[in-house]
Design a binder for this molecule. Structure first.
Ligand SMILES: Nc1nc2c(c(=O)[nH]1)N[C@H]1C(S)=C(S)[C@@H](COP(=O)(O)O)O[C@H]1N2
Ligand SMILES: [Mo]
Length: 213
């Protein structure tokens, strides 16, 4: 299926669920699996049909917007920053969840300290090398499990899963984590990302089943 048809199909699905009166389940989820999710052993790939091939020598991660220190990080510079490992569960809005994903990379808070966002900065807008974008309130990005991940289960993040570097925000549905991340922009006002303008929830909390807007 072409990229455009895939995107339209997902957008239509979100519209249809809302039209049918989709409501988050009212019973609290028990245990580890958020409501309406099922566990998978595999690791499905979700993208827009583009898996950009970025030579590491050309790769940059730009920190910009309402910051005192706009910064372009090269691959070497990112690798020289303090590295962390975090194990988390991964929840895709298309109802699959994957437990115990071990991600390694740089904590978002490390980039926050480098860029020095101004007090007015309240939102973060991520863009990617495939044209994707997504947005998250800054306070969620400052949780210690939010990473710019360059490794998965001890190996470099593969291209299909968003390498060389992807964002991981375990507490939100996975579409809030930009694969192939390119820029991190700090904003005073919220700005909706790719799926957020196509009917997906802006808040995206899997425990509250915030799937659609
Ligand atoms: N750049 C980019 N990031 C993206 C996407 C995308 O299409 N492009 N898809 C999102 C969605 S909907 C999900 S569920 C996860 C999927 O990550 P995976 O392909 O590693 O499973 O990446 C998210 N980040
Ligand atoms: Mo997704």
């Amino acid at each position: 299926m072409s990229k455009e048809r895939y995107i339209l199909a997902k957008q239509k699905w979100a519209e249809k669920q809302v039209a049918r009166g989709f409501r988050p389940r009212s019973e609290p989820a028990e245990g580890r699996l958020p409501p309406g999710q099922r566990l998978t052993d595999g690791f499905p790939v979700l993208d827009l049909g583009i898996q950009p091939d970025i030579p590491l020598s050309d790769w940059r991660l730009r920190l910009e917007g309402l910051v005192d220190h706009p910064t372009d990080l090269s691959w070497e510079q990112l690798g020289a920053l303090p590295q962390v490992l975090d194990v988390s569960d991964f929840h895709c809005v298309t109802t699959w969840s994957k437990y115990d994903c071990q991600w390694g990379g740089v904590a978002f808070t490390t980039l926050y300290e480098i860029a020095q966002p101004r007090p007015e900065a309240k939102f973060v807008y991520f863009t990617s090398y495939d044209g994707y974008s997504t947005n998250v309130p800054l306070e969620h990005c400052l949780d210690d499990d939010v990473l710019i991940a360059t490794s998965f289960q001890g190996a470099p993040v593969s291209r299909e899963h968003g390498g060389p570097a992807r964002v991981i925000i375990p507490k939100l549905y996975a579409w809030k984590g930009a694969k192939f991340v390119k820029t991190i922009t700090f904003l005073a006002e919220d700005k909706l990302g790719f799926w957020e303008v196509r009917g997906y929830s802006n808040s995206a909390d899997p425990w509250k089943e915030e799937r659609y807007a």
